[in-house]
Design a protein around this ligand. Structure first.
Ligand code: KG4
Ligand code: ZN
Length: 319
């Protein structure tokens, strides 16, 4: 909930259902949305000290994402906009991750100035984006197969770690040797990415050695996590370096769930410094999926007068 552009509440429902099943089960995700949407909205209003009748606009995620979950949010937001007679704002989920840089919480933080380069890395997307304004974003590179977050999650799964695996891989990697296990360096031209080679090689390595040496995945967990993380980060850093040079970038940011990874932020911060660019990363809780980024992206739409018709339908695929 934003009041005068400043964040007053940011309620995120527990994602435990996913851990229990080792990944996101679409049907369970939409049921969890149905169960949670009313209490979550109520809590957001209460924490901000606002009643529904005091709202000036409502933003929702139009896509991309799982259609069942998107439908729950879209139906709820459309009904609320109609009942309260307030503007409806349809937000692109991946663009909203970029807008996380602009979430305001009272004290002013440095923000990137337009145009800037953003690396958006989540469980479903990996993109290099030229951000010209809050509403004008050009995707100049994206993954040809898996997303960076997916490589973290699949790698974690073969090690027997629960979903989402990214934060756990980061945790174990802290005490591991990142050069112990060699993983392939993806050969993708231009600014595009590919993570399926790293993922497949990692899964094959763990399964093969585990068969010969039972307990390998557990005993060597730290080195395995560090090697996997390092291979993913190397690939991301190489492409960001190229984009900075190709597009003469002065401000560069990262966003999305994988941007919560401190090792990645450190490496990109060092890269930016070497290249003479300033580096920006949102607070950790605003990297992974959250309501504050949707509200902030919505506020820019409202300011520009880009209102969604009440019959707006969600779109599962955009990119
Ligand atoms: O943006 P997000 O919350 O949801 C999507 O839009 O997909 O991103 C979730 C992804 C998951 O793949 C998760 O493993 C990854 O972000 N992630 C991380 C970390 N925290 C979350 N990956 C690496 N290191 C982290 N600390
Ligand atoms: Zn996301």
């Amino acid at each position: 909930m934003l009041i005068d552009g400043v964040l007053h509440s940011n309620v995120v429902a527990s994602q435990e259902v996913h851990a229990q099943w080792g990944g996101v089960v679409p049907e369970l995700a939409s049921r969890a949305h149905q169960e949670n949407i009313v209490p979550v909205v109520q809590q957001a209003l209460e924490q901000a000290g606002v009643t529904a009748s005091g709202l000036t606009a409502i933003a929702f995620t139009r896509g991309p994402g799982l259609i069942g979950a998107l439908l729950v949010g879209a139906c709820f937001a459309r009904s609320m906009a109609q009942a309260l007679n307030i503007p409806l704002l349809a937000v692109d989920h991946v663009q909203a991750h970029v807008m996380a840089h602009f979430i305001r919480e009272g004290e002013d933080r440095p923000v990137p100035s337009f145009p800037f380069l953003n690396l958006t890395v989540s469980g479903g997307h990996t993109q290099l984006v030229l951000v010209r304004s809050p509403l004008e974003m050009e995707v100049i590179g994206s993954t040809l197969d898996d997303a960076a977050g997916e490589a973290f999650d699949k790698g974690a799964k073969v090690l027997g770690l629960p979903y989402p695996g990214g934060p756990l891989v980061e945790q174990y990697a802290k005490t591991g040797d990142p050069h112990r296990f060699k993983l392939p360096v993806p050969a993708v031209p231009g600014l595009d990415f590919s993570f399926s080679g790293i993922k497949t090689a990692f899964v094959a390595l763990v399964q093969r050695v585990e068969r010969e040496l039972p307990g390998f995945a557990e005993n060597e967990r730290a080195d395995l996590c560090a090697s996997l993380q390092n291979a993913i980060i190397d690939h991301l850093v190489a492409k960001v370096r190229r984009a900075i040079r190709d597009h003469d970038i002065k401000h560069v940011g990262i966003a999305g769930g994988v941007a919560a990874n401190v090792a990645l932020a450190v490496r990109l911060g060092e890269l930016a410094q070497r290249e003479g660019a300033e580096f920006f990363v949102p607070k950790r809780e605003f990297c992974t999926d959250n309501a504050a980024m949707i509200a902030t992206a919505g506020a820019f739409l409202l300011e520009a007068g880009v209102l969604a018709p009440l019959d707006t339908v969600p779109v599962p695929r955009i990119y």
